[in-house]
Design a protein around this ligand. Sequence first.
Ligand SMILES: [Zn+2]
Length: 64
Amino acid sequence: MSQPTSVSSPLVTPRLLWIALAVVVGALLLAYLVAFDQGAVSQSGMYLHELMHDGRHLLGVPCH
Ligand SMILES: [Zn+2]
């Protein structure tokens, strides 16, 4: 006689983990672009700096 197997859905699913990882990576990339890039990696010159300028000041990133 076999034990009855209980089918319960886990609270944290692999899909949820992938979504959480994507959100964290996206947030880190956005924080890098807003605060630290200065065109060094993105090769955008001052375009990204000017685009993110208000966000930089909002976050207190040293600017000018
Ligand atoms: Zn500024």
